[in-house]
Design a protein around this ligand. Structure first.
Ligand code: ADP
Ligand code: MG
Length: 329
């Protein structure tokens, strides 16, 4: 895994093409130092043991993001892992909702023909006759005609349904077939602070489109034994897209999901991810809880369905961590 690790580190250093948000905001944090300072400060003042994350790094209280004076241009983040069931859709919905709670204007792009992000926000995409598919395939289709609002303030959605499964094949013959999503999003990029793209579980052309449109990638990893299997291939794909199509692309972070604090196993998996990827491993970890599937059945983000549940707090912390890292506005 050592080679994967060093690749991941290099990616971070060569990234950062996206400007740090907010005039007067602290500079995009170098992770170690901001953690150190806060943890040390707490220890010095309170005399209590510094808080640490699951791999023992000092864990700061990520500050509540300052209100934004103006909005946009949106930073595009692709939620990517070719493995299914790792928490991509759950993270897209709940991170999006948490950022929206902090006053960020957020657009979620459902980029999976299963339409789970749409359904999870109470939109029945199978009743829609215009979805992201039409935007990809029809020149002249207007993104504003497909955008829908959600019950969460500041949170909009570009829905998808099974139609999108045809796009993978149909796009192959298109000119600049990898940058179609980028073109689709261009008219609305300035209206949002963050745009989250919920990818399907594959490394096919749709996912390559998401990576080509994105500034950053978030990789949710389930805390299971085979979690790291396939990540080397994913990182390789990301590198290829960066070299050939999108030089600004950065791996923003790896998010451990479905963490079970009662098992040594979960901790071992996270420790291995940390070994392989260093500070690409985000400090926020998402615990395993049935509240997430419950919230999707209710078609609400957990921040609405169970606002005080630890799962809701975890996604709010993730939002604050990403803002502190300079990965979200
Ligand atoms: P993906 O989009 O990567 O396929 P999902 O976000 O749809 O993954 O998650 C797969 C299933 O696991 C869903 O039923 C979801 O509700 C559930 N799930 C996601 N995150 C958690 C979690 N932290 N704890 C428990 N269940 C979860
Ligand atoms: Mg999904």
């Amino acid at each position: 895994m050592a080679d994967v690790s060093s690749q991941a580190e290099t990616q971070h250093e060569t990234g950062g093409a996206y400007p740090a948000p907010g005039a007067g905001a602290p500079p995009a944090a170098t992770h170690g130092t901001s953690a150190q300072r806060t943890a040390d400060g707490r220890a010095a003042v309170d005399g209590e043991a510094p808080r640490v994350d699951v791999v023992g790094r000092p864990l700061p209280e990520f500050p509540e993001p300052a209100p934004l004076a103006s909005h946009g241009p949106g930073r595009i983040i692709a939620m990517c892992n070719q493995k299914g069931g790792v928490g991509k859709t759950t993270t897209t919905i709940n991170l999006g909702a948490a950022l929206a709670e902090y006053g960020r204007r957020v657009l979620l792009v459902d980029f999976d023909p299963q339409g789970a992000a749409s359904v999870g926000l109470g939109v029945n995409p199978h009743e829609l006759d215009r979805t992201v598919y039409n935007l990809l395939m029809e020149r002249g289709a207007d993104v504003h005609d497909v955008l829908v609002g959600t019950d969460v303030e500041n949170l909009d959605l570009l829905p998808a349904n099974i139609d999108l499964s045809a796009a993978e094949v149909q796009l192959v013959g298109e000119v600049a077939r990898e940058s179609v999503l980028s073109r689709v999003l261009r008219p609305v990029v300035d209206d949002y602070d963050v745009i989250l793209v919920d990818c399907q579980p594959s490394l096919g052309l749709l996912t390559v489109n998401a990576l080509t449109a994105a500034h950053g990638v978030l990789i949710p990893l389930e805390c299971e034994f085979f979690a790291l299997r396939g990540v080397a291939l994913l990182v390789e794909t990301i590198e290829k897209v960066r070299d050939r199509l999108n030089p600004r692309l950065d791996v923003d972070g790896i998010l451990a999901t479905m963490f079970d604090s009662r098992t040594l196993h979960s901790r071992e998996v996270v420790a291995r991810v940390h070994e392989a990827f260093g500070d690409k491993l985000l400090q926020t970890v998402i615990g395993r809880t049935v509240k997430f599937p419950d919230a999707s059945v209710a078609a609400e983000p957990i921040t609405v369905y169970a606002p005080s549940h630890p799962g809701a707090h975890a996604y709010r912390q993730l939002a604050r961590e990403l803002v502190a890292r300079g990965d979200a506005a």
